[in-house]
Design a protein around this ligand. Structure first.
Ligand SMILES: [Zn+2]
Length: 354
C-alpha cells in the first residue's frame, strides 16, 4: 500500500474549493459593492447641492400639495383649496360648490375736467333746446303743441342755420374752448333734443345727417330699458351715437332730482350714465335737469362724479366755467318759424372769445 505524500495533502487541504471561490469571486463582488455605494452617495450629494437635475416625478425634500392655490382658476376661488391653517382634508373630498363670480362694479367714465390754462373765457354760443320733432297728434294739449316742431319746420331751421354759416359743436367742445382755448368754428351752435322721443331717430337724426349737423340728445334711459315705443330704443341710440350724434343724460326717469339723497341720485344718474356708456361706448359728461329742477346737492353730486356740466331750461346764451352747472338754453317752441329763430339768434353775440 502506497502512503500519501503529506505535502500534497496539506496543499490540497489549504486550497479546498470553498476557500478558493471566496477569494476568486468574493473579492471583486466586495469591490464592486464598495464602488457602487460611493457612486450613489456622490450622486445624492450632488443632487442635494442642485448640481444634477431632479428626475421627473421625484419628490424634493418638501412634498407638493395635491392642489396648489395657483391650480384653481383665478376668477372662481374654491373654498376647499388647502392653506397652511386649514384642517386636513377628509379622505373622500366633498364636491366643491361652484360659486358665482364676485360682483364687480360696472365701470363708467370719470374724466376730470380738462385742466384750465388760466385764461378767463366766456362764450355766447346758442344752445337750442328742441323736444318733439313731429306733427302733434289731434287733440294735443297746449304743452304738447308748444313742445312739437313739425318736421318740415325743423328742416327749414336746419336750412337757415346752414345758410347763415352756423356749424354745430358739442358741449364738450365748449368746455375744451373754455378750459384750453381749443378753437371753435366762426359761428358755433349746439342743437339739443330733450327726452329722447322716438321722432329723434325717425325725424331729427336723418335730417341732421343730411345737413352735416350734430345733435346732442338728452335721453331717458328708463324708457329705453322698458322698450317704450314712444321713446328711443337702445338700438336707435347706438346707431345715432355711431353716426356721430352726442348722447347725454336726462335721467333714468323724468322726475325732479332736487332734494334727493345720495343713493337715489346714484341710481338715477350714475345708473343712467352707465347704461348709455355701455350701449354707446362713449362718455356721458353732461346732464339736463329734468323739468330744470336742481339744487346745490345735485350739483355737488354731478361734480363729485366728474360730470363736466349741466344745462337748464333758463333762457339765454352764457357759457363760462363758473356757471357750467346751470348753462342756459334757447327754447324752440312749436310756433317758432324760421323768422322767429333768426330773430332769437340775432339777439346773441355768437363769435367766440379770443
Ligand atoms: Zn325733459
Amino acid at each position: 500500500m502506497k502512503m500519501s505524500d503529506p505535502r500534497r495533502l496539506r496543499t490540497r487541504q489549504r486550497f479546498s474549493p470553498p476557500i478558493l471561490w471566496i477569494i476568486v469571486l468574493g473579492g471583486p463582488l466586495v469591490l464592486t459593492a464598495l464602488i457602487l455605494t460611493y457612486a450613489i452617495d456622490a450622486a445624492a450629494w450632488e443632487t442635494s447641492r442642485g448640481l444634477l437635475p431632479i428626475p421627473a416625478g421625484a419628490s424634493p425634500s418638501a412634498p407638493v400639495p395635491e392642489s396648489s392655490p395657483t391650480a384653481s382658476p383665478p376668477m372662481s376661488p374654491s373654498p376647499t383649496s388647502t392653506s397652511p391653517s386649514a384642517p386636513p382634508r377628509p379622505s373622500t373630498p366633498e364636491p366643491s360648490p361652484t360659486l358665482p363670480p364676485a360682483p364687480t362694479p360696472y365701470p363708467f367714465f370719470q374724466e376730470p375736467l380738462p385742466p384750465a390754462d388760466g385764461s378767463p373765457r366766456a362764450l355766447q354760443v346758442p344752445i337750442l333746446m328742441y323736444h318733439y320733432i313731429s306733427n302733434p297728434p289731434s287733440g294735443a294739449d297746449r304743452f304738447r303743441l308748444d313742445l312739437s316742431v313739425r318736421p318740415s319746420m325743423f328742416e327749414a331751421h336746419l336750412q337757415y342755420l346752414r345758410q347763415a354759416g352756423y356749424e354745430t359743436v358739442s358741449l364738450s367742445d365748449l368746455i375744451f374752448h373754455l378750459t384750453q382755448g381749443r378753437p371753435l368754428p366762426p359761428r358755433p351752435i349746439v342743437l339739443t333734443f330733450d327726452d329722447g322721443y322716438r321722432d329723434a331717430y325717425e325725424e331729427a337724426f336723418p335730417k341732421l345727417l343730411r345737413y352735416g349737423f350734430q345733435g346732442t340728445f338728452f335721453v331717458l334711459t328708463g324708457r329705453a330699458d322698458e322698450g317704450d315705443p314712444r321713446y328711443l330704443s337702445w338700438e336707435q341710440i347706438r346707431q345715432m351715437s355711431e353716426a356721430g350724434m352726442d348722447i347725454q343724460l336726462h335721467g333714468r326717469e323724468h322726475i325732479p332730482l332736487n332734494g334727493r339723497d345720495e343713493a337715489f341720485l346714484f341710481y338715477h344718474i350714475i345708473g343712467g350714465k352707465q347704461s348709455i356708456e355701455a350701449h354707446t361706448g362713449r362718455p356721458v359728461r353732461f346732464f339736463a335737469y329734468p323739468s330744470s329742477d336742481y339744487d346745490q346737492n345735485l350739483i355737488r353730486f354731478l361734480e363729485g362724479y366728474r360730470f363736466w356740466g349741466a344745462v337748464t331750461t333758463a333762457y339765454g346764451a352764457d357759457e363760462r366755467l363758473e356757471n357750467r352747472w346751470v348753462w342756459p338754453r334757447i327754447r324752440i317752441r312749436g310756433t317758432d318759424d324760421v323768422e322767429k329763430l333768426a330773430w332769437k339768434l340775432s339777439l346773441l353775440k355768437t363769435a367766440p372769445s379770443p
